[in-house]
Design a protein. Structure first.
Length: 101
């Protein structure tokens, strides 16, 4: 099973996290398939950089987010309460909506 989870980086008592796609059996800081973003809880407000198109791709492939990543993805409205990917408008649809408004 594939998971989207946080990989701890940084110094002692000052961690930041990479958001990675990894096999569920791999250790927290072990091998991963793809790095899709970063999360820094020490900035005010918290800093999140996320490759949204890659996150949506992996969710559609069946990857399960960890609890921490679930909260981050909910903040960006990429998944619903049940963990299902929310359909995102394509670039053409978004341009059509702004042109008609």
């Amino acid at each position: 099973m594939i998971r989207i989870r946080l990989r701890r980086m940084g110094a002692k008592k000052m961690p930041f996290y990479r958001i990675v796609v990894a096999d569920k059996r791999s250790p927290r800081d072990g091998r991963f398939i793809e790095n899709i973003g970063t999360y820094n809880p020490h900035t005010n407000p918290e800093t999140v950089e996320l490759k949204m198109e890659r996150a949506v791709y992996w969710l559609k492939q069946g990857a399960q987010p960890s609890d921490g990543v679930f909260r981050i993805l909910r903040r960006y409205n990429l998944i619903d309460e049940k963990g299902k990917p929310v359909p995102q408008p394509s670039a053409g649809e978004a341009a059509a909506e702004t042109a008609s408004a």
